[in-house]
Design a protein. Structure first.
Lengths: 385, 596
């Protein structure tokens, strides 16, 4: 793993998106889906489900209507890449949605835009109107609408997102059935992250090989990172996957990095001793893009406390492991800090977080143990004293 | 169409079940009981308490067995170490947000969370106490339902009951995360929101977050007050359910034991709502015939179909949601509220008591009856017609408090008068019963012959289908009813308010061709009432219904108009159905209400 960090320009580079679509429409749906599968592209929202497979499942469903949803509910603390993509290259996102629609057989698409990004609405509507005109010229029947979120983090979870779109409480559904068979309004639906859709479009242009050549076996291609925290160069960077955290910190750290939170509040905290051995990607630690660097001036107790406060508030509250578990973890570390509970109580809490990981209804509760256990394991003294 | 069979193993035992079966139901078929809290057989799947998680071979997560359908080759463990740990944690978590003052709790001994805590031997609380609403006053604004948020474990059974079974949605989920709770519209008190008081939420609440307002102490105070003459009336559906309070099988006919217990509790007279059920048939049947005559002979604009008015939950539902159709509602009071004013007028005179010193208590399968008794219009006697309404469950509690060994009691009979009844009255307790009783009487009144059904059992109006429809051809009528010759009398029956809505929407759209419709707010009718013993499910309600129909067949008299006490009261007091006195005492009016 000697190679240096490599910057890539697949996402933000200008392309003739209509030309890509025109060429794609000459090919069969199966050919394109096979390309996407072959490229190894996995969902860029964080969960990393193989995109081509998702499209294939949705395509194989028989239904009078199917939907494409672009998940732009970018709510993970420390992530701000989708906002930038939608600002700079909205036409590529729209084209990615149309490509998905072509592949799965959907004539309607929705962008689920987080409420805080409503300032993007005028420019997005303009882009959509133009795009609709172009689609007419291409004789492809596909309509894109925007659905504005209401501010709940959990609505980034795809089934909660669809509940929200249907006008209900944003609460995750039981799975199965999965959205590709019963999604929005009960119809087969492919929910894809903003970045994923653009990559799919680029794979449509370049074929799978170029994408596949980048990255590692499980983590192909490049990825847009949102870099924040104690760094002299915060910002958005598209980087080839496969780097270690050490390489990353060398590039972005301030020389005093003690920990990196990979994947936001639902991700893992990696301590300095593990930078070298930690690969950023599905073999190591995956991320939806959030990379937060912390130097030695930061209290890891405060950081964990913040994450837990966030989760405690943002849990939808329906399932007991998550609703009560988050509160117990938060109140629990406070009690240990204050000496109300003994340090060994942290082990009880870690066992509890293991239950949350396997028994919670959705990804939110299942991932609270990520920051909790990684911070406790790495910085136990800071939590207790 | 036969479904695919799916093969799987549960605890290493192979089983083949229909596609779409949940893991929970498959395990039940093998007699493995997986604990549940948010799951209820009457309700749609929620999958949110997670107590029912199981381990699936090869899966990273523990699926919730109530919400996960079986799949081919699945291998499930229902009690692995992983499952046990998770389940214990979840019960501990629920206890940490639950005000566990069990010994002082109304549901002590009847609480599903308590049972589970006991099964898993959860002693010292490992986790921190998170109860937020401990100091918040319980909501006792409603005369029927108490709400105590400190007991709530957010399983949402009540929410699903209220929305999916009753189409009311008085209770809904509000806020998220640590603040997520079950509340009313704008957090208003229960009495100020659109609630029908049906109590179905109480029947399904696993804890004491929702309970009935109880009036046991008030009733005992009255009983032990020597200046009071306390009479009690018992609703039809109570007699086939009260036994469950003492461990007897659902549907056990315990009429005689119940009467004996009430006498031992010290009530001065034990009377029967069944008497006024018979009376209701006379009044309501006549009202229907009058409406039909006005429509068919006089060509008047008459509100048809006529709707029954025995179920106070249903009345309030209609007042809120279909105020435009209130004219269709029979003006008859419910049997409970016919009993009250008669007790304090006719009966008081017969037994030479001052009605001011009388206390009328009802034993009802119902919580909405508590609200009904408080309605301002229910003072036909000049006094509050019915003073206290107790549920079947509250009666069970009184009997236990008094140390009466219910099962060993010898059967006793109701006092007379206002104690005589027919089989037609007892079937009021089950869905379709009022209709059947009405048909038995009306058909005979009009034709002089018994209804053309074997042994008087009008099977088409029985059963647990949500909406039932039937037609009876009327022919060879008596001369005075010639306008009904050849008429096909169309009737319909709905139970559960979500089913009532189906019929009401049809009426509103002008698509209903019915003449008479029976509606009961609760699923399966009064036997499934909000005041009945817990638990409840379709199997239990079917057994209670069977008990009701057995009781009917065991009666000598099975037609309301044959009740000799009914004949007597018309001769000496009421004179005729819909007469002047009936109008004053037995009929009422309704109040349009808003939807918010």
């Amino acid at each position: 793993m000697e190679k240096k960090i490599k910057k890539v320009d697949l996402i933000f580079g200008k392309v003739d998106h209509l030309d890509i679509l025109k060429n794609a429409f000459q090919r069969t749906r199966d050919e394109i889906i096979l390309d996407v599968i072959d490229s190894g592209l996995r969902g860029r929202g964080g969960a990393g489900f193989p995109t081509g497979l998702k499209w294939k499942f949705a395509k194989n469903e028989e239904a009078d209507q199917k939907y494409v949803i672009c998940n732009a509910d970018e709510g993970e603390p420390g992530t701000f890449k989708d906002r930038e993509i939608l600002t700079q290259v909205p036409e590529k996102v729209l084209a990615g949605m149309a490509l998905c629609g072509y592949c799965i057989g959907a004539s309607e698409g929705y962008i689920y835009l987080r409420a805080e990004y409503n300032f993007l609405l005028p420019s997005l509507y303009k882009a959509i109107d133009e795009f609709h005109e172009h689609l007419k010229a291409l004789k492809f029947d596909f309509t894109i609408r925007i659905c504005s979120g209401s501010g709940a983090y959990v609505c980034g979870e795809e089934t909660a997102l669809m509940e929200s779109m249907e006008g209900k409480r944003g609460e995750p559904r039981n799975k199965p059935p999965f959205p590709t068979s019963e999604g929005y309004l009960g119809k087969p639906t492919s929910v894809n992250n903003v970045e994923t859709l653009v990559f799919a479009l680029m794979i449509g242009q370049e074929g799978p090989t170029k994408f596949k050549e980048m990255g590692t076996f499980d983590s192909r291609g490049s990825k847009v990172f949102s870099v924040s925290g104690d760094t002299p160069t915060p910002g958005i960077y598209e980087l080839e996957l496969g780097m270690t955290l050490e390489q990353f910190v060398e590039e972005f750290g301030d020389g005093d990095t003690k920990a990196v939170q990979v994947g936001g509040a639902s991700g893992f905290c990696v301590a300095r001793k593990d930078f070298k051995s930690t690969l950023i990607g599905f073999e190591g630690i995956p991320t939806g893009g959030s990379m937060m660097l912390f130097n030695s001036s930061r209290s890891m107790y405060n950081i964990l406390n913040d994450y837990l406060e966030f989760m405690e508030e943002e849990s939808c509250g329906q399932c007991s492991p998550c609703r009560v578990g988050c509160q117990q973890l938060l109140k629990g570390i406070e009690a240990v800090k204050k000496g109300i509970k003994s340090p060994s109580y942290l082990e009880d809490l870690q066992k509890l977080s293991d239950t949350m990981r396997i028994a919670s209804k959705c990804g939110l509760g299942q991932s609270v143990p990520n920051p909790f256990n990684s911070i406790i394991n790495n910085f136990r003294e800071e939590i207790i004293y | 169409m036969s479904k695919y069979k799916v093969n799987l193993k549960i605890n290493n035992i192979p089983i083949s079940v229909e596609e779409g079966t949940t893991i929970l139901d498959a395990a039940r078929q093998l007699n493995f009981k997986i604990p549940t809290l948010c799951h209820h057989d009457d309700l749609c799947v929620a999958g949110n308490c997670r107590v029912c998680v199981v381990e699936q071979k090869g899966a990273r997560l523990l699926p919730a067995s109530c919400a996960t359908p079986v799949s081919e080759g699945m291998e499930i463990q229902t009690n692995s170490l992983k499952v046990r740990q998770a389940r214990k944690h979840i019960v501990e978590l629920l206890l940490s947000e639950h005000n566990a003052d069990c010994t002082k709790c109304f549901k002590n001994g009847y609480c599903e969370l308590q049972d589970m805590s006991n099964d898993y031997r959860i002693g010292d609380h490992v986790f921190l106490d998170l109860v937020k609403d401990k100091d918040k006053e319980r909501d006792i604004s409603s005369p029927s339902i108490e709400k105590d948020d400190s007991k709530c474990i957010r399983c949402q059974r009540c929410v699903r009951t209220c929305a999916n079974m009753q189409y009311v949605s008085a209770l809904a989920v509000t806020h998220k995360g640590n603040n997520m709770r079950i509340s009313t519209f704008l957090d208003k008190p229960m009495n100020d929101v659109v609630c029908t008081n049906c109590g179905q939420c109480i029947n399904r609440c696993p804890t004491a977050a929702l309970t009935e307002r109880n009036y046991i102490d008030e009733v005992f105070d009255a009983i032990y007050d020597p200046s009071k003459f306390v009479v009690v009336q018992t609703a039809p559906a109570t007699r086939v359910a009260i036994g469950e309070e003492f461990g007897m099988e659902p549907g056990t006919r315990a009429t005689g034991k119940m009467v004996a217990a009430l006498r031992r509790l010290g009530f001065d007279k034990i009377l029967d709502t069944d008497f006024t059920a018979d009376l209701t048939i006379m009044e309501e049947g006549t009202e229907l015939l009058v409406r039909l005559k006005e429509a068919l002979v006089e060509g008047k604009e008459v509100a048809l179909p006529m709707l029954t008015s025995c179920s106070p939950g249903w009345i309030k539902f209609q007042e809120h949601l279909y105020p435009d159709l209130l004219d269709n509602l029979s003006t008859c009071k419910s049997p409970q509220q016919m009993f009250g004013p008669l007790a304090k007028t006719y009966y008081a005179e017969k037994v030479n008591k001052n009605p001011a010193d009388m206390v009328v208590v009802s034993i009802m399968p119902c919580t909405a009856k508590k609200f009904e008794a408080e309605r301002p219009e229910m003072r036909g006697s000049g006094y509050k017609d019915v003073d206290y309404v107790l549920t079947t469950r509250e009666l069970g509690r009184m009997i236990r408090q008094a140390g009466i060994d219910f099962e060993k009691l010898e059967d006793e009979k109701y006092d007379s008068i206002l104690g005589e009844s027919t089989g037609a009255a007892v079937i009021f307790g089950s869905t379709g019963g009022v209709m059947e009783a009405a048909l038995r009487t009306a058909y005979e009144l009009v034709t002089g012959r018994e209804v053309p059904f074997a042994n008087l059992n009008i099977k088409p109006v029985r059963g647990m289908e949500g909406v039932k429809e039937a037609s009876v051809k009327i022919k060879d009528v008596k001369p005075e009813w010639s306008f009904l010759e050849g008429v096909e009398l169309n009737v319909a029956i709905a139970h559960g308010l979500v089913n009532a809505k189906i019929l009401m929407d049809k009426i509103r759209a002008g698509e209903a061709n019915h003449h008479f419709i029976e509606i009961m707010a609760c699923p399966s009718g009064c036997i499934g009432g909000g005041g009945q013993p817990m638990p409840t499910n379709m199997e239990i309600r079917k057994k209670r219904a069977a008990g009701i129909y057995e009781e009917d067949e065991a009666m000598v008299l099975r037609k309301s108009h044959e009740n000799p006490e009914v004949t007597e009261i018309y001769q000496s007091f009421l004179h005729e159905p819909l007469g002047h006195r009936s109008h004053d005492l037995l009929h009422t009016h309704y109040t349009p209400r808003k939807r918010h």
